[in-house]
Design a protein around this ligand. Structure first.
Ligand code: SF4
Length: 148
C-alpha cells in the first residue's frame, strides 16, 4: 500500500506549517519550492486542507498559509483517512470488473487491513511528527533559488 502523492504533499505541508514561526507567512509557492513539489499540486493540497478546516489561507499583504488549531490537534490517521477515501485497494470495480468481486474474501481482508493501517496512524499526532529531529529539518527548509 502506498499513499497517493496528494496525501503525501498534504502531509508535508501540514508538517512544515506546524513549525512555522508566529510571524512567518508562507505562500503556496514558497511551500511548493521548499517541499520539492510542483506548484499546482501544492495549490490543490492547500485547497483541500482549507476545505477540511486544517489550513487557513489568508489573502493579501501579510497573508499566507497557517495551520489551524484543528490542524494542529489532528491525528495523522484522521487526515490520511479523509484524503485517501475508502475506494477499493484493488481493481474490483474496474472496467471490466473483476469476476470474483461478488464473493471475494481478499477484498474484505484488504478493507480490514486498511482499517488497521488507519487505526495505527490514529495514534500519531501532527505534533509528534514535528518533534526532534524532524523539527530542525523542517525549519531549515528553504526555497530553491530561482532557476536552480
Ligand atoms: S480478486 Fe478480489 S480484491 Fe482482487 S480485484 Fe477481484 S474482487 Fe477485488
Amino acid at each position: 500500500m502506498r499513499l497517493t502523492a496528494f496525501t503525501d504533499v498534504s502531509l508535508r505541508l501540514v508538517m512544515r506549517l506546524a513549525v512555522a514561526d508566529d510571524g512567518e507567512r508562507l505562500t503556496t509557492r514558497a511551500a511548493a519550492g521548499m517541499l520539492a513539489v510542483p506548484y499546482t499540486h501544492m495549490a490543490k493540497a492547500v485547497a483541500r486542507l482549507s476545505e477540511m478546516g486544517l489550513v487557513e489561507a489568508r489573502r493579501g499583504r501579510g497573508g499566507g498559509l497557517l495551520l489551524t488549531e484543528a490542524g494542529r490537534a489532528s491525528s495523522v490517521g484522521a487526515i490520511v483517512r479523509e484524503l485517501e477515501g475508502d475506494g477499493d485497494l484493488a481493481g474490483c470495480e474496474d472496467d471490466p470488473p473483476c469476476p470474483l468481486r461478488e464473493a471475494c474474501r481478499l477484498r474484505s481482508a484488504l478493507v480490514q487491513a486498511r482499517e488497521a493501517f488507519y487505526a495505527s496512524l490514529d495514534q500519531v499526532s501532527v505534533e509528534s511528527l514535528v518533534a526532534s529531529p524532524a523539527h530542525r529539518t523542517l525549519t531549515l527548509l528553504r526555497e530553491p533559488p530561482v532557476g536552480g
